[in-house]
Design a protein around this ligand. Structure first.
Ligand code: NDP
Length: 433
């Protein structure tokens, strides 16, 4: 806290992990002796740069760009780029830190990193987005490489932005397929990458439910967000027989007691790039409300936050408990405050933390890297079935750590421990670097 006094998101992420690791450190004094934790919380490298760009009216702007290369003990840095006005060093560090253990949990050889900019893509034209992405990549390209650091998308960075970023990288360095993931299918992208985080969330949830002797069939589900993660979580939850009754954006949410119509959400968000409010204009059974979906008081079974960090506070967590929710799995990164998580645990809500539950996106990104190295493309079913295996394995590893350390169905601590042990062993083997 004295070193980074203004980095509250980063501190929150670090303290939560350190707290879970206490029993591991007791069992493995060699990690303490080698100061693995001291190394783990300090990024290997932080890059910050300015991003000048011009809008359609000819006005000049300057944003701030970041890339945090956090840990490369088990592979090249891997993690998304976020474009959102809230982006600052604390947020990029929190996301990069989480990414280390998440990537480890996937079982694939990828280290942890994250980046982005405080640029706001909302309301910008395609040309403005392109000019921004070109300027951002002109600087970032000096620091990344297929075996060094491979960025991907995150909030505000989807297929369009990856395309512009890739184009600029190629202009400066020649075609290198493995430089970014989340690419278009025409130039080295992987089938099932778009769906991966949302589908992966449901595969993880299915494994967790199965272990409790339960299934998704017939369950009522609340989803927040209406972006990449939310849309594909919605699709897969419906395919598994659940009824999803909400989706949201940062202005408000829709409640559709008949169950959200996936095709309408896709049309508004993926085709028209519109606001979720428009759903209620198109679907009679739905109502739009301003504010947070977590303040809506209805009876339901499963909560899937898929929007952003800290979207559920303590009061909202209490409402989740009151509304009868038995399971909560996180599609977004750190959507629950630590006080909200304490409420879940006190009330025996079975909690699937982000770094396990939403690891599907980065897992398929790593599969995209493999395909780029092989210069081959795998079928949708092949990638999807590998994703399913990876998500089940993540659940099993977290549950095994929970059992080994007798944590009482604490899959958050289980995921932290399982992710940490592989990284710690690799760091120990590589010495003080
Ligand atoms: P998108 O930009 O596609 O969508 C984000 C969604 O969340 C939008 O609907 C957005 O609404 C909404 N949102 C943002 N801020 C708020 C807020 N304060 N309150 C309510 N809603 C809000 O991003 P993704 O779907 O890709 O990412 C969502 C989350 O999942 C993030 O936490 C991200 O880090 C995480 N994640 C994403 C992965 C991926 O593969 N895409 C992988 C792993 C994690 P609006 O349009 O109003 O901004």
């Amino acid at each position: 806290t004295t070193r980074d006094p203004n980095q509250s998101e980063f501190q929150e992420a670090v303290f939560t992990v350190l707290d879970s690791l206490k029993p591991v450190l007791k069992k493995h004094p060699e990690y303490v002796e080698a100061n693995i934790l001291g190394l783990l919380v300090e990024p290997e490298r932080v890059i910050q740069f300015r991003v000048p760009w011009q809008d359609d009216a000819g006005k000049f702007h300057v944003n701030r760009g970041f890339r945090v290369q956090f840990n490369s003990a088990i592979g090249p840095y891997k993690g998304g780029l976020r474009l959102h006005p809230s982006v600052n060093l604390s947020i990029v560090k929190f996301l990069g830190f989480e990414q280390i253990l998440k990537n480890s949990l996937t079982g694939l050889p990828i280290g942890g990193g994250k980046g982005g900019s405080d640029f706001d893509p909302k309301g910008k034209s395609d040309s403005e987005i392109m000019r921004f992405c070109q300027s951002f990549m002109t600087e970032l390209q000096k620091f990344i490489g297929p075996d060094l650091d491979v960025p991907a998308g995150d909030i505000g960075v989807g297929g369009r932005e990856i395309g512009y970023l890739f184009g600029q990288y190629k202009r400066l360095n020649g075609f290198q397929g493995g430089i970014l993931t989340g690419k278009g299918l025409q130039y080295g992208g992987s089938l099932a990458r778009t769906e991966a985080t949302g589908f992966g969330l449901i595969y993880y949830l299915n494994a967790l439910l199965k272990d409790q002797g339960d299934t998704l069939k017939g369950k009522t589900v609340k989803i927040s967000g209406a972006g990449n993660v939310a849309i594909y979580a919605l699709q897969k939850a419906q395919e598994n027989g659940a009824k999803v009754v909400t989706v949201s954006d940062s202005n408000g949410y829709v409640y559709d007691s008949e169950g959200i119509d996936l095709a309408v959400v896709k049309q508004i968000k993926e085709v028209e790039r519109g606001r979720i409010k428009e759903y209620a204009q198109k679907v009679k059974s739905a109502k739009y409300y301003e504010g947070s979906v977590w303040d809506l008081d209805i009876d339901y079974d499963i909560a899937l936050p898929c929007a952003t960090q800290n979207e559920i506070n303590k009061k909202q967590a209490k409402l989740i408990v009151k509304d009868g929710v038995k399971y909560l799995a996180e599609g977004a990164n750190m959507p629950s405050t630590s006080k909200a998580i304490a409420v879940y645990k006190e009330n025996k809500v079975i909690y699937g933390p982000a770094k396990a539950a939403n690891a599907g996106g980065v897992a398929v990104s790593a599969l995209e890297m493999s395909q780029n190295s092989e210069r081959l493309s795998w079928s949708f079913d092949d990638v999807d079935s590998q994703l399913k295996d990876i998500m089940e394995d993540i659940y099993q590893k977290s549950a095994a750590a929970d059992k080994e350390y007798d944590l009482g169905k604490d899959y958050q601590a289980g995921a932290n421990i399982a992710g940490f042990e592989k990284v710690a062993k690799a760091m120990l083997a590589q010495g003080l670097v």
